[in-house]
Design a protein. Structure first.
Length: 325
């Protein structure tokens, strides 16, 4: 995967080796790309709104997210040297689970109602039960696939850490979705055919960001769910950036430096995920952070920069020591 330079610890990025893609996941990504295109057109043709958003916004954002998710897992499963058959089965279960979920989401959008938390009629309650079961199966299949990443070497230590930490944080992010499934106090006091909510402190459907719908007046549990899920892409992207920069920045040619920086990025990302979860559960909007949230965010940022500086400085000192030999 890498080409050795002056010492075993200093490496540069080389062209990736052929990957055995998980084809059902690639097919799912292609299907979701088509759904995305359809939903994008439909939202400008059909003006019906559901909980404050166009009825096709949810299929649009879910299908786009699944495109990224499916392509990434197709590639990751192709990296494995061991337990490939088990991983292939897990990937196929992921495909089936996401298709079931999207059938419910698109079907609800087509009739102008909500898919999540809707128990207003026996049919809606059945659809929500099916979706909830599919989400649970998705989490279990993803857990199996993520676990298998710990039984294969995935390139050098920096790449291995980036892939594994991204997968673990993504699994946590998926699990954070369960925070939305419990009934709110208002729902317990006055059931209205809805059990569960995205928004904390206010009913769903208030002022929110375009398409995403994230509340601009209260906490929103979709945010930590989203942030966590896409650690699967974010952490490996940090590693890719470091590898590309290593062509020009000498200290980054040391795999130990890249590994240390990936660990810092993963820890900072986990901290950010915890921060937005804490913010949402306190009923605070992502666009109006309070003093406590700002202070915690600045402390997290400062700690991450300090840790990264320590890693880079240690790498430079090693380079200087090697040069004096």
């Amino acid at each position: 995967m890498t080409a050795t330079l002056d010492s075993p610890s200093r490496t540069l990025l080389t062209p990736p080796q052929p990957v055995r893609w998980h084809r059902p996941l690639l097919a799912l990504a292609a299907l979701m790309a088509l759904v995305s295109a359809f939903a994008l057109v439909a939202r400008f043709i059909d003006p019906v709104e559901v909980t404050g958003l166009n009825q096709w916004d949810k299929p649009l954002k879910f299908s786009l997210s699944i495109v990224l998710y499916a392509v990434t897992w197709s590639w990751l499963i192709g990296q494995l040297q061991r337990f490939r058959r088990v991983a292939w089965v897990a990937g196929t279960v992921i495909v089936i689970s996401l298709i079931v979920e999207m059938i419910v989401i698109v079907g609800a959008a087509a009739v102008g109602t909500t898919s999540h938390f809707n128990v207003s009629t026996p049919l809606n309650a059945f659809a929500w039960t099916v979706m909830a079961a599919a989400i649970s199966v998705l989490w279990l299949a993803t857990f199996v696939a993520a676990l298998l990443l710990f039984f294969s070497r995935l390139g050098d230590s920096a790449r291995t850490v980036a892939i594994r930490t991204g997968a673990v944080l993504s699994l946590v992010g998926l699990g954070l979705g369960y925070l939305m499934t419990g009934p709110t106090s208002a729902q317990l006091a006055d059931p209205q055919g809805v059990v569960g909510a995205h928004t904390v402190g206010l009913p769903d459907g208030g002022a929110g960001l375009p398409i995403l719908g994230w509340s601009t007046v209260g906490g929103d549990l979709r945010i930590p769910h989203f942030v966590g899920m896409h650690a699967l892409q974010a952490i490996p992207l940090v590693l890719i950036a470091l590898e590309l920069l290593s062509r020009r920045v000498t200290v980054l040619r040391d795999v130990r430096v890249r590994t240390g920086l990936v660990w810092v990025a993963a820890a900072a990302y986990a901290g950010f995920m915890a921060l937005v979860t804490w913010q949402a559960t306190r009923g605070e909007s992502i666009v109006a952070p309070g003093a406590e949230t700002l202070a915690a965010g600045l402390a997290l940022l400062a700690t991450a920069f300090l840790a990264a500086a320590v890693v880079v400085l240690a790498g430079r000192n090693r380079l200087a020591a090697e040069a004096r030999r």
